[in-house]
Design a protein around this ligand. Structure first.
Ligand SMILES: C[S@@+](CC[C@H](N)C(=O)[O-])C[C@H]1O[C@@H](n2cnc3c(N)ncnc32)[C@H](O)[C@@H]1O
Length: 300
């Protein structure tokens, strides 16, 4: 598991410089070659597919690659939490999902919001290197990039000697044209990033003196902690003097699933995040414990 970075456990942001990143590495052909060709650089892949992560871990073990790392996480949040500003040399996007329907365009990895964050993490002169077979995706990406005024654009001739990913092979065999473009960072984005999630060192439990737990109140809750922060709870499981409650916190689109633990104490109840729940400790998670604790108990 040496190659897996657990975003919940590792000290953030990572201290590395001049990092090479691939977003959505799929079967991992490209990122493995990148790591082999750049033994002195840290190479990180972000993937949402668990199968892709497993495949890359296997290759890492087989090939003894000490500079290759992967993170099982949406790239936006991976960049947000793990990477320092100006610490990335290149970001590779090989055949990203084009999300064909207009109503899904905002999910594209090259939306203005994503590019804004990626640009902050790139060092000056660093670039987002994109390959795609989908011309409307290229045109849309250029429009989004222009809004930030951060990048110079450079179209590349596709080098057939470059590593061929599954999708590249597929589109070439079908005779499709391949577009390759670099968004080169010339300055920092002017627009603010519309996300601000604060991490905290420790999450504190809430002690409720003279209270008893009412599990009917704890299940299927939907609590709005602020405009962009929602806490939901689902099932309650009962143990001996303990209850576990399934929960989900969505803060500014960042979603964490976890469990609350409610334990009987001599004086009343203790409400906490269950120790087996692996989470990024955020200020909103602390608020979630406090708000949840207010709702679920009554005087003995
Ligand atoms: C069309 S496939 C391309 C795979 C590979 N790059 C290739 O060229 O064969 C897109 C990949 O991006 C991953 N992906 C999609 N959205 C992502 C995101 N927000 N963060 C990380 N990976 C993502 C998918 O799981 C999938 O493996």
């Amino acid at each position: 598991m040496r190659c897996l970075i657990d975003h919940r456990k590792v000290k953030k942001p990572l201290p590395w410089e001049d990092i090479l990143v691939e977003i959505g590495f799929g079967r991992g052909e490209f990122i493995v070659k990148l790591a082999e060709e750049n033994p002195n650089k840290k190479v990180i892949g972000f993937e949402i597919s668990g199968i892709s992560i497993e495949k890359l871990l296997k290759k890492c073990r087989e090939l003894n690659l000490y500079n290759l790392f992967c993170v099982h996480m949406d790239a936006f949040w991976g960049f947000y939490f793990l990477l320092k500003d100006s610490s990335v040399e290149s970001i590779f996007l090989n055949f990203p999902d084009p999300w064909f329907k207009k109503k899904h365009h905002k999910r594209r990895l090259t939306s203005e919001r994503n590019l804004n964050l990626f640009a902050r993490k790139l060092k000056k002169g660093g670039a987002i290197r994109i390959k795609t077979d989908h011309l409307p995706f290229v045109e849309w990406t250029l429009e989004e990039a222009k809004k930030l005024g951060t990048f110079d654009i450079n179209f590349r001739k596709v080098d057939r000697g470059e590593p061929l990913t599954k999708y590249e092979k597929k589109w070439i065999s079908m005779g499709r044209e391949i577009y390759a473009l670099d968004l080169i960072k010339v300055k920092d984005p002017e627009h603010e990033l519309d996300v601000s999630i604060k991490e905290v060192e420790t999450l504190f439990p809430v002690e409720l003196e003279g209270k008893e737990f009412l599990w009917e109140r704890a299940q299927n809750l939907e609590l709005r902690l602020s405009d962009s922060v929602i806490l939901k709870t689902f099932r309650v499981f009962e143990g001996e003097g303990t209850w576990i409650v399934e929960a989900l916190l969505s803060e500014e689109g960042f979603v964490q699933k976890f469990f609350f633990e409610i334990r009987k104490t001599k004086r009343g109840l203790r409400v906490d995040i269950a120790s087996h729940s692996e989470v990024i400790r955020t200020l909103n998670l602390q608020r979630a414990v406090e708000t949840f604790a207010e709702k679920i108990a009554e005087d003995v």
